[in-house]
Design a protein around this ligand. Structure first.
Ligand SMILES: [Zn+2]
Length: 99
């Protein structure tokens, strides 16, 4: 699977790819997704250059929610759409590169 790097030199922030776009909204269990996130950060130049934002799906309304704090996968999250408090046992992430 190819990731498009075309805009890398033009934009100060580059969304390379969101893992759930690549994998069609598949969430992974916490250990797997934390491991993948650490690998993605390392591959992308380390924590000074790359951040991840974890995402989860609300079981109340089905909305995809993204944590606003980078590099933190909380035990629970609140859905921004319906307000449900979700225990997060599965998640994905979005990788953000700041060159
Ligand atoms: Zn919801």
């Amino acid at each position: 699977m190819k990731i498009n790097h075309q805009n890398e030199s033009r934009s100060p922030y580059v969304f390379l790819a969101s893992i759930d776009e690549l994998l069609i909204m598949t969430d992974f269990n916490r250990n797997e997704i934390i491991k993948s996130a650490n690998e993605a950060i390392t591959r992308s130049g380390g924590p000074s250059k790359a951040k991840v934002y974890f995402k989860f799906t609300c079981i109340g309304c089905g909305m995809r929610c993204t944590f606003k704090d980078p590099n933190v996968l909380y035990e629970k999250g609140q859905c921004y759409n319906c307000g449900s408090e979700i225990v997060i046992d599965k998640a994905s992430f979005m990788l953000l590169i700041n060159p």
